[in-house]
Design a protein around this ligand. Sequence first.
Ligand SMILES: O=C([O-])CC(=O)C(=O)O
Ligand SMILES: [Mg+2]
Length: 387
Amino acid sequence: MRIVDICEVTKPISSPIRNAYIDFSKMTASLVAVVTDVERDGRRVVGYGFNSNGRYGQGGLIRERFRDRILEADPASLLNEDGSNLDAHKIWAAMMQNEKPGGHGERSVAVGTIDMAVWDAIAKIEQKPLFRLLAERKGVEANPRVFVYAAGGYYYPGKDDTALRQEMRSYVDRGYTVVKMKIGGASLAEDQRRIEAVLNEIGDEAQLAVDANGRFDLETAIAYAKMLRQYPLFWYEEIGDPLDYRLQAAMAEFYPGPMATGENLFSHQDARNLLRHGGMRPDRDWLQFDCALSYGLVEYLRTLDVLDELGWSPTRCIPHGGHQMSLNIAAGLGLGGNESYPDLFQPYGGFPDGVEVIDGHITMPDLPGIGFEGKSDLIAVMRDLAE
Ligand SMILES: O=C([O-])CC(=O)C(=O)O
Ligand SMILES: [Mg+2]
C-alpha cells in the first residue's frame, strides 16, 4: 500500500464580495488529490482536499516542498502499525521534516490541504464515513446531527439594505437559525443601520452574528462593542488583529455577550496563546480554528488537547470555512457546529446533495471518506484532477 502521486491545481474562487479587510476578486484555492494504489469497490482510492477561503491557493509550497517529502519517504514508513492503512500522523511528520517552529502561515495551509486529502483516503480505505472513524478511534459516540449557521452579509457593490435583508431572509427560509453578516467595512453608523435592518427582517426566527474580520483597533473595537451590546447577537467575531491577545482580553470589559475568534490562528501554539492571554470565556465564547488553514486534522487534534488542558469543551468550537472536513470533525468529535456559506465559494463549500438544513442542523449521510462523492458538482471537479 502506498501513495503513488499527489496532484495539485490552483483554482479561482473569486467573487465581487468584500469584508472589512479584503475583497475576493482574486481569491484562489488549492485542490489536492492524494492518489493511492489501493482499490475499493473496483475503484482506485483517491483522497481529496482543498483549502478554505480567505487564504490563497498554495500550489508553490505544495510542489516545492510538501508533495516531494511524502513521495520520497519509504512507503512503509507512512503506514499504520499493521500496514492496513495510511497513518496521517506519520505522513504529517514526513511533510514537516526540516521545518522550523513558529511563523505559522501559508505553510499551514499547504499542509492542511494535503492532510484533508490524506484523511479522506484513510476513511475511504476503511470504507466508512470519516466522522464515524474519528468517533471510533476516540471511543466516543458519533452524532451525525450538526449545528450549522449561514455566513454571508458581505459588502458588495450596489448592495443596499433591501438586498441584505433579502439575503438573510433566504437563509432563514432555507432552515438556518443563525445568520452572519460583515461589519467594519463601513462607518459605525452605517453598520448599525445594516444590523438593525437585518434584525428587523429576521425577528425572533433567527439570531445574528457579526464579523469584523480583524479590522478594529482598540478604540474602534470598544466603540462598536458599546453599539453592539444593545442587541442580542449570537456573537461578535474577530474584533482586532488575530495575534493581538491583549485587545481581545480588553474586550470582555466592554462586551458581555459572546465573542468568537480563531480563524486566523494556524497552530496549536497560537490557539494556546489565545486561550492563555486572550481573556476568552469558556462559558460563552466560541473558537473558530479551521483545520484546512492550520496544518490539518493532525494539528487540530493537538489543538483540542490544548483546549482540554485549559478547561475548554470541544462544544465551544465552531470552525471557520464551511467545508465537509469540519462537518466530519464536528460529528465525530463533538464540536459545537460548523460554518456554512449557502451562496458562496461553490462548489467547495456546502453539503452532499439532498442534505437539508432543518432547524439549524444538518444530518450527515453515511458516505465513505469525507463525503465529497455525495456532492456532484464538487466531485466532478475533483475527478477532473486525478481520475
Ligand atoms: O470573509 C472571510 O474572510 C470569511 C470569514 O471571515 C468567515 O467566514 O468568518
Ligand atoms: Mg470570520
